[in-house]
Design a protein around this ligand. Structure first.
Ligand code: SIN
Length: 327
């Protein structure tokens, strides 16, 4: 009896020691933008909240600026277990689901409030599960903002874009959008954009204000046209395997911290859209071009047929639901 008690105590001590010294669950968070962006700030906030609340149990390591993976590789790496979280732009998921292409349709959302209404509504929330069959889990949306067009010469109408090379993300909708104005779209990783612009290997690009500013694209693009023609937002994703294997109590805490970090990131996105826009306007490096309603209408007329082109893949009901969020 005494032997059993001693053995049980020894076992309990060993197990206690093991859990006391068990390595924390590691969450590698990989992204491609700078730290002073909505995504960079959100990821750092998430790391901070986890360190405060789950020290010794979970550890977040953030890898910004494509240090670990570019967006075109990160989802494959996630499925292999080499990275646990990322927040690629919604334009970079088309290999995994066609439905998210809805977010790339030009001139779909009138402003970020409409985007928020759609993402938080029934259809937007359902899209978070659209990657499930591919082993990925959508944990939430994060805003960046509306995209602007930039170039070496002022771009006011579709005619000004005709024949010019524009860098795009890996999205067939974005390809169709530029082809609709007879431009030449080139799918290139974000990490290459500055050099492509600086060396004039391409003529222009489309980016939200915070990416134009934080990556210094405005220093190598003398004209930025305020087109607000499309959206650049993100989905925070993880692998289903990692997420389901996490202890239930840890999963709840991690999700709570992530939701708070996303809310913080969204505040940063709204502030940065304004502040970075103003910083670019104030800079002598580039001119911000405003277009008239009539000029804007020329872009809408040229690009809107892209909706019909992708209706079969995205689904008309989903497009209608997204458009209805404008009201
Ligand atoms: C990002 O904001 O994550 C990068 C988007 C891009 O590739 O243009």
């Amino acid at each position: 009896m005494r032997f059993l008690t001693v053995a049980a105590t020894a076992l309990a001590l060993t197990m206690g020691a093991q859990s006391a010294f068990a390595a924390p669950v590691e969450i590698k968070f990989s992204h491609v933008v700078a730290e002073n962006t909505p995504k960079g700030q959100m990821a750092n906030k998430f790391k901070q909240l986890i360190a405060e609340r789950l020290a010794g149990k979970v550890e977040v390591k953030v890898y910004p600026n494509s240090q670990l993976f570019g967006d075109n590789k990160v989802l494959e790496a996630m499925l292999l277990g080499d990275v646990q979280m990322a927040a690629p732009s919604l334009s970079k998921f088309q290999k995994y689901t066609k439905q998210l292409q809805v977010f790339d349709l030009p001139f779909l959302f009138k402003d970020m409030a409409a985007v928020e209404r759609f993402q938080q509504g029934k259809d937007g929330q359902k899209l978070l599960t659209s990657l499930q069959s591919k082993g990925l889990v959508g944990l939430g949306y994060l805003h960046n903002g509306m995209k602007q067009m930039s170039g070496y010469a002022p771009i006011r109408t579709p005619n000004d874009a005709s024949g010019k090379k524009f860098r795009i993300m890996t999205s067939d909708v974005l390809q169709a959008q530029f082809e609709a104005v007879d431009a030449v779209p080139l799918k290139k990783p974000f990490s290459e954009v500055f050099t492509l612009l600086q060396t004039k290997a391409i003529d222009g690009a489309e980016n939200p204000w915070s990416n134009l500013y934080s990556k210094k694209f405005f220093e190598v693009q003398p004209y930025i046209t305020e087109t607000n023609h499309g959206l650049l937002d993100y989905m925070v994703v993880t692998s289903a395997e990692f997420w389901t294997e996490l202890d239930d109590d840890l999963r709840v805490e991690v999700k709570k911290a992530l939701d708070e970090a996303i809310a913080f990131g969204n505040e940063v996105a709204a502030e940065k859209s304004e502040a970075d826009r103003q910083a670019i306007i104030d800079s002598p490096r580039s001119d911000v071009v405003s277009i008239t309603d009539a000029e804007r209408q020329q872009w809408v007329t040229a690009m809107k047929p892209v909706w019909k082109q992708f209706e079969g893949e995205i689904g008309k009901e989903l497009i209608d639901a997204a458009e209805a969020a404008n009201n």
